[in-house]
Design a protein around this ligand. Sequence first.
Ligand SMILES: N[C@@H](CCC(=O)N[C@@H](CS)C(=O)NCC(=O)O)C(=O)O
Length: 249
Amino acid sequence: MLSFARATLSSSIALWRGTKTSRLGKRPQKRLHLYDIEGCPYCKLVREAMTELDINVVIYPCPKGGVRFRNSAIKIGGKEQFPYLIDPNTSISLYESYDIISYLFRYYGKGHLPNRWRRRYFNITTSLVSTAVRLGSGIYYKPSKPPTMMLELYSFESSPFSRPVRELLCELEVPYVLHNVGRNQVLDFVLPSIRERIFPFYNVKGKNRKDMVTRTGRMMVPYLIDPNTSTELFESEEILKYLNNKYSV
Ligand SMILES: N[C@@H](CCC(=O)N[C@@H](CS)C(=O)NCC(=O)O)C(=O)O
């Protein structure tokens, strides 16, 4: 429970960037790829922008000491630096969080950085403090068994219940398709258990949220899909238990 409280504090320090979707532009046809460290403040900024742009992405976790994707990142990009983005739609690959964020808003937003994203040093500082509050979670490698098929996670960046799940996936170097389901209307802010009872007329908006409801029947994150065991799970505690049992060694 303490971990979720700290995750809430962490998202508050980051001023809940990575919660709501922004004005969207062109949609990527193919999935973007991100070599990422969940607990890295620079990677976090990129994932926040992806939530705001309703962009799904394949995450290759590269925790410190990692043995699975670090080498491929160095082979492809030439540097051991994260975040590292590859966009197969434009054949562009980029290091540097702010270059990536500017690129994403240029291609998949309204063409320019929104004002709140122009405060570069302020955003980097709040991201640094917000990840420090997580006390090193999602940074260091843990020995694990590799999955055969890629997992999928429905999440949005600031979600305090999703954060510990993404941290563990990173530590275990389990790659996954990250479906970012940012909020885009007032009722999205009501807790799902309350919303389902009091607002039965609630209808999701936005492509990624609609896709999630079509696929799972509910709008609640985190939601994990593991095709290796045909497992599908809501509830962060359950997901953490499952991942530890299945992939931790
Ligand atoms: N200026 C870069 C800084 C990126 C950076 O320092 N990333 C760290 C992780 S937080 C890194 O790649 N460290 C190398 C490593 O983990 O091996 C950016 O904004 O993307």
